[in-house]
Every structure is written in C-alpha cells, then in structure tokens.
Design a protein around this ligand. Structure first.
Ligand code: NAD
Ligand code: MG
Length: 387
C-alpha cells in the first residue's frame, strides 16, 4: 500500500486524484487531505476515503471542520502551518494540487523530506523554480510532472542522453478564444473565459488558458523540470489536445505522447510511476477524429506568451513577478473588476514598473512575490491601495 496525501483535495486535480485512489483501493491509502475553504466537501472526502487527517487552510474554519468530522476519528487541523505539516507528514506520495504560489510552502515541505511528489501546482516552479529544484537535488525527492504537457515530455524525454534532445514542442489548445479578435476578447466575460473547449479545470488555470498565460507558465515550468535552454522550448498550437507534447531529437526523430484530454491519465502515470495503472480516461479513437491540426502561436493577440517568453530569458526574479501579477490580475478579472485584456496589460505594467532585486533565498522570493502583488493590485481600478 502506498500512502497518499492530496493538497488541494477539493479541486479539479484533487478530485481526479481521489477518483483514481478509489479505483485502486488495493494499492493506495489516504493520509491527509487539504482544502482552503470548502469545509463540507473536505469533511465528506475525508470520511469517504478514510483519511487519517483533514486540514482546512482558513484558520477561522477549524471549529466547523472539527464538528463536521466528529465521531469519525479523523484528525482535524487548520491554518497555513497545518497545511505544511500535512505535506510534511509521512505519506509516500504527495499530490501538489493547490492553485497558485500559495502551494509553494507545503510543496517544499514534501520535497525537503524527499517524498514522491505529483506536481500539478506549476505556479510553485514559476515563482521559485531555482529554489524548488535545488531542494529536489539536495533531498532526492522524486518530482513527477502532472501537468499534461510535462507529463508527456517526461514520458518521452531520454534523460540519460539529454544532449541528444534538440528541442521540445509544448502543445497548446489555444483556449476558448483561439480564433477571437482582440476587439472581441476585450468584451469577454469570466463565464466565456472558463469554458475551455477540451479540458475541465479550476477557474484560475482556465482563465490562464484563455489568455495563453498558461502556456507561458508552462514554458518556465519546462525550463526547470528538464535540462533545456530557453531557445529549446517551442510552443505549437494544437486545438484537439490529443498530442500532449513532443520531444525532437538531433537525428530528426520526434517522439510524442498522445491521449484523450483527461487528467486522470497523467495523474495515474505519476501515482503508479514507474509502473502503470488503469485509468478510466476515454480511449483515443483517432479514426473517428479524422485529423489533428497545428498552428503557430500568435503573440500579438496573446501578449501573455510574449511576456512569459521574456521572463523565461530574463531569469527567475522576472518569473516570480510575472506569476504574482498574473494571480492578482486573474482574480480581479474573475471578480469583474477588470476586463479580459487588462490581465496581460496589468502583468506587463507590473513587470515594467517593479524594481527587481536579486532573490536567492526563499525569504527574498516571498518578499518579491508580495511586492509584485501589491504593485499589480495598485494598478487595478478600485483596489484598496488606490483609494
Ligand atoms: P482548483 O481551483 O480546482 O482547486 C484548487 C485547490 O487548491 C482546491 O482544493 C482549493 O481548496 C485549494 N486552494 C486554493 N487556494 C488555496 C490556498 N490559498 N491555500 C491552500 N489551498 C488552496 O484548481 P485545479 O484546476 O485543480 O488546479 C490546481 C493546480 O494544478 C494549479 O496550479 C493548476 O495550474 C494545476 N493544473 C491543473 C490542471 C487541471 O486539469 N485542473 C491541469 C494541469 C495543471
Ligand atoms: Mg498543461
């Protein structure tokens, strides 16, 4: 039996992970489950999966969680430190399924004790990739990429002979606004932005897919996960989301991983690695699909790609700022405080105006992340710092 902790259990990644755990009860047992604020769902999941511990991020909800778990024998805890303790427990596998750089501290705790980690929380690597990867090398933790593109690359990347890799092709669906003009995007609503054509995901990553910032974050994620130079990371728009990414070798061979757009495939790969387990993802019927198509990305309509490409080359501090400003701008868009095109505009202004200093320690990174959030927030109409 492998013990599993799921950080962000109530989210899209968390629920898909628990679906697989439930289908393979003979192989996996649940240690801790965490969520930020949805107490009832967290308690129900903890009971259903026989968790040892449930942790709610919002400390004000401790009493409600205890009440919801009374009589179950499941331990209840709350607050940011308890989230870190959950990751720091003794589960062999930790699913890093929290959204945003809020997941950095718990994910690092799991890394530092050398656990096996399913990394969905890409913002961790964009915010603090150098520190995270340094800790992975030091502790010997196994960092297994859950993000479908990075999981695909992991499956076909010859790590023993990385010098024979010419480049990687990160595929992108193009999101719900792939064919929209800038004029039309200016009017886009949160409902339209979260309606992804192929994948069902949390609100933040869905908006990131619509701006294509998601692909930008994924370029930086790939840079940290694999031994690659920025110029070796290329984006290819592929609207069907069947080829999840490709690795091109110096001899002209290109290897790809294909599958239906269902996160349970890459999650199953990580849970069972280096073995494989069955996943209920719909089988791929290529004959029925008929064709797979490809397009070059358009940085003019999707400036987030240009900004992320710039940060990938500029270094880790720029990426910290990019991620922080984007988190603030996406939240403001979802709250209808800014328009869709203002998301990338806010990120660009934050990058232009912030005074970037070297951030080598975790404290430096947290300080830079906080400064970028404050600056991005001050650029949003009606924000508290503007009044
Ligand atoms: P989601 O919004 O569906 O779920 C997020 C989870 O994190 C929830 O359980 C929530 O309670 C918890 N959470 C939110 N804010 C928190 C905070 N401040 N502190 C602690 N916990 C918090 O998100 P998701 O779609 O499952 O995405 C999770 C991560 O996985 C993101 O980084 C995303 O980019 C990445 N990812 C998701 C998918 C997908 O298909 N959903 C695919 C690839 C990568
Ligand atoms: Mg992805």
């Amino acid at each position: 039996m492998k013990t599993v902790t799921v950080l962000g259990a109530t989210g899209s990644i968390g629920l898909n992970t628990l679906d697989l755990v439930e289908r393979h009860r003979d192989r996996y047992a649940v240690d801790a489950l965490t969520a930020q604020s949805n107490v009832d769902e967290l308690a129900a999941l903890a009971r259903r999966h026989g968790a040892r511990r449930a942790v709610i991020g919002d400390p004000a909800l401790h009493g409600r969680l205890k009440a919801a778990l009374s009589g179950s024998g499941i331990e209840a805890a709350a607050g940011p430190d308890a989230l870190v303790e959950a990751a720091d427990g003794d589960a062999e596998f930790v699913m890093a399924g929290i959204v945003g750089s809020a997941g950095l501290a718990p994910t690092l705790a799991a890394i530092r004790r050398g656990a096996q980690i399913g990394l969905a929380n890409k913002e961790c690597l964009v915010c603090a990739g150098e520190i995270v990867m340094r800790e992975v090398r030091r502790s010997g933790a196994e960092l297994l990429p859950v993000d479908s593109e990075h999981n695909a690359i992991f499956q076909v990347f010859d790590a023993e002979r990385s010098e024979s890799v010419k480049r990687i092709l990160l595929t992108a669906s193009g999101g719900p606004f792939r064919n929209w003009s800038r004029e039309r995007m200016a009017q886009a609503t949160p409902e339209q932005a979260v309606a992804h054509p192929n994948w069902s995901m949390g609100a933040k990553i869905s908006v990131d897919s619509a701006t294509m910032m998601n692909k930008g974050l994924e370029m930086i994620e790939a840079f940290h996960l694999f031994p690659l130079q920025p110029d070796q990371i290329v984006i290819l728009v592929h609207p069907q989301s069947v080829i999840h990414s490709m690795v091109e070798y110096v001899d002209g061979s290109t290897l790809a991983q294909l599958g239906s757009p269902d996160m349970r495939t890459p999650i199953a790969y990580c849970l069972a690695w280096p073995e494989r387990i069955a996943a209920p993802s719909p089988p791929l019927d290529l004959a029925a699909m008929g064709q797979l198509t490809f397009e070059a990305p358009d940085e003019t309509r999707f400036p987030a790609l240009r900004l992320a490409g710039h940060c990938l080359r500029a270094g880790s501090e720029a990426a910290t700022v990019l991620n922080a400003a984007n988190e603030i701008a996406v939240a403001a868009f979802l709250e209808r405080r800014i328009g869709f095109l203002d998301i990338a505009a806010c990120v660009e202004k934050t990058l232009d105006r912030i005074n970037i200093e070297d951030a080598t320690s975790l404290e430096d990174v947290f300080a830079l992340d906080a400064a970028a959030r404050r600056l991005a927030d001050s650029l949003i109409p009606g924000s508290s710092s503007q009044k």
